[in-house]
Design a protein around this ligand. Structure first.
Ligand code: SF4
Length: 482
């Protein structure tokens, strides 16, 4: 029977996805396979990343496209962040004439919620065409358009017939559909499958061509490092979808293999490419840290018939990189770390810190599923037991844990930890390098520098206060998970 996937990660038949859980990592690794982690939920929640923004971010830098967000104005708020990333990416790629992303919002209001917003969607689509004449127009749905049941697909098809030389692609990313924000990436790829690939016969395979799927959080320095590594063993990349184009999407079917930089990005889409075109894929781990990069590269080499070349290359890179890692190890061994990041990057970063002899004491990750289980088992073997918080944006739990665990350094989105005066650094930041062999040294140096001089965060802590009472810090961080 053909595999079907509707884009909602919680509903995948082959895995259980946990969004709300807290406790010991050893307990998690023991309970998950027995299906004992349970369908828990939070009775208090501070916020949740909406899947719509993930759909938007994944595609916003496509050069020959315009974007219509069919929603009230507020839903499009995060587009300004995605646009910032788009502009930074242009600077890193050497552009001086910076462009803004071509985004329109249909601006649904109370009257539209009663009478329907279809007229506004038509108007926005025509306006996008008049202003930009793009090859592609992506339409992003929202909770509001979904609840009032605007027929976005039918309108897109109708308007498409009126507009020459363009393809309108509706993306069903209503925020209420999923608590797993990575579902937003899936919604974007499902739409690409339905509206672009469905019309495309498989082209002739280009030997040595690899579809390289990367989420928008991958910096240009990381893109260059990964392309350098793959180029060194004779692999050419079709880098999708950041700064890509319709032409690159149309090339997807001609690749010899596919891989992703992140474990929760394009994983379902790569299965679709295998089902549809027989293109094999590698899905291992993020290439962060020496061992993860080795493992990631070996996985790619296997599907691209480059195993011998990869082994020679890995040995050479290790020879160059390991002495530098050793220097950093002298400064970082024994330091206690708390990590907060997306599913793929938090696990990869937790393995990476072992390169420097650091110890994981706590981790916040948005989801726990079949993919996470072997990673947590591996981390338990490396670091022993640590506190695991399965949470999508719950800063109140994070600061409670940080106060109790008192790590030497916090790795991840630093907003809250910095207010506690902890040394902080990024992992996988659009503006800085993280991946591959060379960027590992950059990241390690950054961690060491932060620990050596946390003065900036100490000053922030002296002047910026967190909004919690002392009694909260004495409470169980997971008391609202039931
Ligand atoms: S689509 Fe829904 S969840 Fe997403 S920003 Fe709009 S209202 Fe919020």
């Amino acid at each position: 029977m053909a595999r079907t996937y509707n884009g909602i990660r919680e509903l995948r038949a082959d895995t259980v996805t946990i969004n709300d859980w807290g406790g010991s990592s050893m307990a998690a690794a023991e309970q998950y396979p027995k299906k004992c982690m349970g369908r828990t939920d939070r009775t208090f929640s501070q916020g949740l990343q909406c899947q719509q923004i993930n759909s938007v971010m994944a595609l916003l830098s496509m050069e020959d496209a315009a974007f219509v967000v069919h929603s009230p104005l507020g839903c499009a708020g995060c587009c300004s962040m995605a646009n910032d990333w788009f502009r930074v990416g242009q600077i890193h790629r050497g552009s001086f004439a910076l462009k803004n992303a071509r985004v329109l919002v249909s601006n649904l209001d109370e009257r539209d919620i009663v009478h329907g917003g279809e007229a506004k969607l038509r108007e926005a689509l025509h306006l996008a065409w008049e202003r930009y004449t793009p090859k592609l127009i992506f339409v992003f749905t929202s909770c509001a358009s979904g609840i009032i049941a605007d027929d976005v697909d039918a309108i897109s098809t109708e308007v498409n017939d009126e507009l020459p030389y363009t393809k309108i692609i509706p993306i069903h990313c209503e925020g209420f559909k999923s608590k797993v924000c990575a579902s937003g990436y899936d919604a974007a790829f499902l739409a690409i499958t339905k509206y672009v690939l469905a019309d495309e016969p498989r082209g002739e395979t280009i030997p040595g061509l690899l579809n390289l799927f990367a989420p928008p959080t991958v910096s240009y320095m990381d893109q260059l490092e990964i392309e350098r590594i793959l180029g060194a063993i004779g692999i050419e990349t079709n880098y999708i979808p950041f700064y890509s184009s319709l032409e690159k999407i149309q090339k997807l079917s001609r690749a010899q293999g596919s891989t992703a930089i992140c474990k929760v990005f394009a994983d379902e889409f790569m299965k679709e490419l295998e089902d549809r075109y027989g293109i094999p894929y590698s899905h291992t781990i993020m290439p962060i840290g020496t061992r993860n990069t080795d493992r990631w590269l070996r996985g790619v080499a296997q599907i691209m018939d480059k195993e011998a070349e990869a082994e020679v290359y890995i040995a050479r890179e290790r020879e160059t990189c390991l002495p530098l890692v050793e220097d950093l190890r002298a400064k970082l061994t024994g330091k206690r770390v708390f990590i907060c990041g997306g599913t793929g990057r938090s696990f990869a970063a937790a393995a990476l810190i072992d390169d420097f002899g650091m110890k994981l004491v706590g981790m916040e990750t948005p989801t726990y599923d079949d993919e996470a289980q072997p990673d947590v088992e591996k981390l338990n073997r490396i670091h022993g037991d640590f506190v695991l918080d399965v949470a999508n944006m719950m800063p109140f739990e994070q600061v409670n844990l940080l106060k109790k665990l008192k790590p030497d350094v916090f790795i991840g989105v630093p907003v809250w930890a910095a207010r506690l005066g902890l040394p902080t650094t990024h992992v996988l930041d659009i503006k800085r390098p993280t991946m591959g062999y060379r960027n590992l040294v950059y990241l390690g140096s950054k961690i060491a520098a932060q620990i050596e001089n946390p003065g900036y965060n100490v000053k922030i802590a002296a002047h910026a206060h967190l909004p919690y009472k002392e009694s909260w810090y004495e409470s169980d961080a997971f008391k609202f998970i039931q």
